[in-house]
Each structure stands twice: as C-alpha cells, then as structure tokens.
Design a protein around this ligand. Structure first.
Ligand SMILES: [Zn+2]
Length: 129
C-alpha cells in the first residue's frame, strides 16, 4: 500500500472555496485597479476549481490566486492550505513529514504565509520575486 499523505485527503475544490472566503470577504475586487465591476471568466485550464475573473474597468484578467503567496510556484494549493491551517500547531519538521516536502520548503512557505495569503502592496510583490 502506498503511503497516504494528509494532502491526499484534502479536496482541491474546498481549498479554493477557503481561499475565496479568506480573500474576497468583501466581494471580488480587481487586484490591479480595485474595481468591483468584475465578471467571472471561466476556469484555468488544468485547474478546474481556480476561478478566472475579468475586470470591466481595466480589462485585466485575474484568478483567485493572483497576488497571493500561492500564485507563483508549483506547490499544490492543498499543501499551502495545510500549512496555513496548522502553521501554529506543528513544527517545520512535523509539517515537512506530513506534506512530504523538504523542511527548507516548509520553512519558506511558513515565512511567506506569516504576512497572510494575499500580497497587498506592490512592494511586497517585489520582495517575493
Ligand atoms: Zn481592474
């Protein structure tokens, strides 16, 4: 029997629902111009739960993860959500074992999440790159 990881038990759709709850508490807003004039614009190819949006004001498109710490890497959203939920309850070593990731990666994820999931300022976006 293959080893089962905690993230195997998580539903990707639920993870995106949680992100949307955290991120769009006051409704969806364009991360570029702040407009609330948004329309839904389908889903990402290959990531069927990631909602795409288009801004009616500036015509930019974005997703649930645009301008979040989760957006620009290859770690699945389930791993990020476990890290987010358990960040105050597990050591890096415990979490690395639970997620089957190197401890350095877990430490980096926690560091990024320590300021929250959404990257608010342009300054912070540059910091991460
Ligand atoms: Zn806009």
């Amino acid at each position: 029997m293959n080893e089962i990881l905690i993230t195997d038990l998580l539903d990707e759709q639920k993870c995106y629902e949680l992100i949307r709850q955290i991120r769009w508490q006051d409704g969806v807003r364009c991360p570029e111009c702040g407009s609330e004039e948004i329309r839904k614009n389908g889903h990402d190819n290959g990531l069927k739960h990631r909602q795409r949006y288009a801004c009616k004001s500036c015509n930019k498109s974005f997703t649930d993860l645009t301008h979040t710490v989760i957006a620009s890497n290859h770690i699945p959203i389930q791993h990020w959500m476990v890290c987010w939920i358990l960040k105050d309850k597990m050591s890096n070593k415990q979490m690395a074992a639970a997620l089957d990731l190197p401890p350095d990666t877990v430490a980096e994820m926690r560091y990024k999440l320590s300021d929250g999931i959404v990257i608010d300022s342009i300054l912070k976006q540059w910091d991460w790159d």
